[in-house]
Design a protein around this ligand. Structure first.
Ligand SMILES: Nc1ncnc2c1ncn2[C@@H]1O[C@H](COP(=O)(O)OP(=O)(O)OP(=O)(O)O)[C@@H](O)[C@H]1O
Length: 269
């Protein structure tokens, strides 16, 4: 998997009170969400993207999952260009994100059955697989029969993971899979990611704000800030570069943000 010189800009409408004209008409401001990012990921690697809020992690995941297209640069997944060969790319990948969408009135099982159909899987085979993933993630059959709107966010996140894994994706994009989860659910998800890596031919890209999680799960970590990769290495390598034993110190040195800053940003979102 390769990303070469990838850039993605957005245009935000801003109101400027300095002049009446701008106040009424607004004007466009360019936001460079990711800017000239380049990296290569090896097959069966867990690659972490660590960065403060708004640093460009989700944009990069959306680019890789063909939900957005780059303005410039090239992204290839197993040799397929994400823009030119979208259909092939979509067969390899699946994505779990914090804003996973479901039919909230339906149960986990019903949502998973529906997803199996959309993915073109044998429905009972898909359901069997998803249920075994849910059990492994600590969700029992009763909960799986409960409508999604009555499940906690942690439980919903487990359903999202089961849905993504149902297709046995070769590239799994996990966009903040544990953000906002209680410690037990977080551990369940992290252990499951480790299990997937041991038992499946999978490559994972994981975005997180959690430095312990990045260190525990990732073979290599890219630190991203203001749309650029400011460091990339193993956790050990990053710590060595800074001469510290702490990932929090690494994060602070490369982004100027402390863990407390990141948590405060998360709480004000
Ligand atoms: N659709 C959009 N329109 C305008 N700006 C956007 C859009 N999506 C993202 N951005 C901007 O691009 C930048 C990167 O956002 P992105 O969501 O990729 O960051 P992130 O690292 O995933 O943040 P978080 O950790 O808060 O999820 C931010 O400045 C954000 O405001």
């Amino acid at each position: 998997m390769e990303c070469r010189d990838v850039c993605k800009s957005f245009y935000e409408e801003i109101k400027d009170s300095r002049s009446w004209k701008n106040l009424f008409l607004g004007k466009k401001r360019e936001v460079k969400a990711v800017h000239q990012i380049s990296f290569q990921i090896r097959r069966n690697e867990v690659f972490g993207l660590l960065g403060p809020n708004g640093s460009g992690k989700s944009t990069l995941i959306r680019l890789l999952s063909t939900l957005l297209f780059p303005d410039r640069g090239q992204l290839t997944i197993f040799g397929h260009d994400v823009v030119r060969d979208q259909r092939q790319v979509r067969r390899f990948i699946n994505r779990v994100s914090v804003e996973a969408s479901f039919f909230k009135k339906l149960s986990a099982i019903e949502n998973l059955r529906y997803a199996a159909r959309i993915y073109g899987l044998n429905t009972s085979e898909g359901e069997r697989k998803a249920l075994s993933i849910l059990r492994r993630l600590g969700m029992n059959e009763d909960k799986a029969q409960t409508s999604l709107e009555n499940l906690s966010r942690g439980m919903q996140q487990k359903v999202a993971i089961a849905r993504a894994l149902m297709t046995s994706p070769t590239l799994l994009l996990l966009d903040e899979p544990t953000t906002g989860l209680d410690p037990k659910s977080k551990r369940d998800v992290q252990e499951y990611v480790e299990e997937v890596m041991e038992t499946h031919d999978a490559t994972i890209i994981l975005t997180t704000h959690d430095m312990d999680e990045a260190e525990r799960l990732c073979d290599r970590i890219a630190i991203i800030d203001h749309g650029k990769i400011v460091a990339m290495d193993t956790a050990e390598g990053l710590k060595k570069q800074i001469g510290t034993a702490s990932m929090e110190e690494v994060f602070f040195r490369f982004t100027g943000k402390s863990w407390e800053d990141v948590l405060a940003d998360e709480n004000t979102e």
